[in-house]
Design a protein around this ligand. Structure first.
Ligand SMILES: *Cc1c(COP(=O)(O)O)cnc(C)c1O
Length: 222
């Protein structure tokens, strides 16, 4: 089942890329394995998956430990408290949810190595949702650019449920273009989930974060 669902998403990505006139190798598929056991991650690894998305620190840390033997990348995609930043840096290869000055400062501390990160946008009117409002992206980008141990790769966003995803991802593309005026190499876009990734590809996404379409329904949070 897992193999079939993964194959069908990989096919869906190829088709969406062809429609958008984009090469499929521009896309990194991150399989979101939150709440799923490490056995599922090992199965996915055997099917060629190398990029895994996790959104809760303690769970992600434990899984990273248990999967130390695999050549994989862990993408931290959840809201992140500043006091967990140093701990997350130890196992995460990429943090997609950098959304405020305090977190930039916390992630930037205590390391000389570069951490890849995305600046997360909040496309809703609800400040509790995580992400920087597009109007504050410039200031956050300047701060991150001035932080030697961070490498900003681009913008990240979740399309709000209540709006047209294509329109939401078009706004993400605009913010991405704006970000590049501040950090020229921050060209990537982390956007697109199980139900909307085709629209994200149409608007230039380079990193898809796909869970349930591949793993099936998530087990309840433990
Ligand atoms: C859970 C999650 C996803 C994956 O969602 P699906 O609908 O299962 O594909 C993507 N991005 C973030 C930030 C998530 O928390």
């Amino acid at each position: 089942m897992l193999a079939q669902r993964l194959e069908s998403v990989r096919d869906g990505i190829k088709t969406a890329c062809a429609t958008a006139g984009r090469p499929a190798d521009e896309i990194t598929l991150i399989v979101v394995t939150k709440f799923h056991p490490v056995s599922t991650m090992r199965e996915l690894y055997a099917l060629g998956v190398r990029d895994f998305g996790e959104n809760r620190h303690q769970e992600a840390e434990r899984k990273a430990e248990e999967l130390m033997d695999l050549e994989k990348r862990i993408h931290f995609i959840g809201q992140l408290q500043s006091n967990k930043a140093v701990a997350v840096r130890r196992y995460a290869d990429v943090v997609h949810s950098v959304d405020r000055p305090g977190l930039v400062a916390a992630l930037g501390k205590a390391s000389t190595q570069k951490l890849d990160c995305f600046l997360q946008l909040n496309l809703t009117d609800d400040p509790g949702r995580g992400g920087v409002v597009p109007g504050d992206l410039g200031a956050l980008a300047e701060l991150a650019a001035a932080t030697p141990s961070l490498r900003v790769r681009g913008v990240m966003a979740v399309a709000p449920l209540e709006t047209d995803p294509r329109e939401a991802f078009a706004r993400v593309r605009e913010s991405s273009e704006f970000l590049r005026t501040i950090i020229a190499e921050a060209t990537e876009i982390s956007a697109g989930m199980s139900h909307d990734y085709v629209h994200a590809i149409a608007e230039g996404a380079t990193h898809l974060r796909i869970g349930t379409a591949i793993t099936g329904e998530r087990p309840p949070a433990s």
